[in-house]
Design a protein around this ligand. Structure first.
Ligand code: SF4
Length: 342
């Protein structure tokens, strides 16, 4: 059966016409799913019983099951969802002063192998469908009753390795007749899939682009992120400059600080050299400890020194608040799980 959440509004209209129904039914269904957030066709009470039966025969609502929910001392909530095929993924809800932010996963596992990430070492299974990406937002809103205002693609998976489904999900999240999450409130983080950065620049979307940089020379970056062997820093920066020129939007560079690895003054100097004059912001992330990981978090003193040096050199840098680290919900700590592990 088809998952009704795989369709954008136009496609749903086509589906209704194919079922011999009027086009406007699609908008009613869309509203039931994304505004009223019902979980069952039977709750769509302005549709005839006959149409509801038809829908039940053709489609599923594909509601994720919550396998586990953990709450950190700072209020961050981590969800483990059953994606209904024997696999499970994690999504995290965080509270910032500007509203609720959800960090969604885009794949079950990840192929990129970043050395500081908990998703590494776990076999890649598959990419999530567009409906499965959107479902994470819906399921959390249904569970908490909260309105989510921001979505970040920083959970499990490389979003640009699942480009089409991620783009389609963004458009569904963004639809004013549905969840109505503004594109400016949606961020995508990539490890540096250069061809997709060019493609994304040409999309004419208002979303924010984050680049996981973490090191400023090829030797160091390749040791942390194997993707750098495919697309080195020079190629990555060229793509970033194209993005900024094309969109006139600021890029956010993520830089996770690991003690005695990439957190000293020479690293900061290299970073300034690399980013000087670019429309950008640097997000400094105290690296999080992961099981079997070799990196150790930088000291607070070093992190502050690093930030101050960047700021003094005219590069806007902030230190990301650590949310949810006591439940392994912080950056780089999410991982795919099979149901058997639970
Ligand atoms: S940091 Fe992101 S791209 Fe790198 S392995 Fe983890 S999930 Fe994949």
């Amino acid at each position: 059966m088809k998952n009704i959440k795989e369709y954008n509004l136009n496609e749903l209209q086509e589906e209704m016409l194919a079922l011999g129904e009027k086009k406007y039914r699609a908008e009613q269904i869309f509203k039931w799913i994304y505004v009223d957030k019902v979980k069952d066709f039977d709750e769509m009470t302005n549709l005839s019983i006959e149409l509801r039966e038809k829908l039940k025969k053709e489609y599923t609502m594909c509601n994720f099951k919550i396998l586990k929910k953990q709450e950190a001392s700072d209020g961050t909530k981590k969800y483990l969802f059953d994606v209904l095929d024997g696999n499970a993924i994690e999504s995290v809800l965080m509270e910032y002063h500007h509203g609720k932010t959800i960090c969604v996963s885009s794949q079950i596992g990840c192929k990129m192998g970043c050395k500081f990430c908990a998703s590494t070492g776990i076999k890649f299974v598959r990419s999530l469908s567009c409906g499965e990406i959107v479902e994470q937002v819906l399921a959390v809103e249904q569970d908490t009753g909260d309105k989510i205002s921001n979505v970040v693609f920083m959970g499990i998976g490389e979003p640009f390795d699942n480009y089409d489904n991620v783009m389609k999900a963004i458009k569904i999240l963004n639809n004013q007749k549905g969840l109505n999450i503004g594109a400016r409130h949606i961020s995508i983080s990539t490890s540096g899939l250069v061809p997709m950065i060019y493609k994304f620049a040409d999309e004419d979307l208002q979303c924010t682009l984050s680049i996981s940089l973490h090191a400023c020379n090829d030797e160091k970056r390749s040791s942390m992120m194997p993707i750098n062997n495919r697309y080195n820093i020079e190629e990555l920066m060229k793509a970033c400059k194209y993005y900024i020129e094309k969109t006139n939007k600021r890029i956010s560079f993520e830089y996770a600080l690991a003690k005695d690895n990439n957190d000293n003054l020479d690293d900061a100097k290299e970073l300034v050299k690399l980013l000087k004059g670019m429309l950008c912001h640097v997000n400094l992330i105290p690296i999080n400890k992961i099981e079997n990981g070799s990196y150790v978090k930088s000291t607070n003193e070093n992190i502050i020194k690093f930030r101050d040096y960047l700021n003094d050199c005219g590069i806007v840098a902030t230190i990301r608040r650590e949310l949810g680290s006591d439940i392994d919900a912080a950056c780089g700590q999410l991982r795919r799980k099979s149901l058997k592990e639970e």
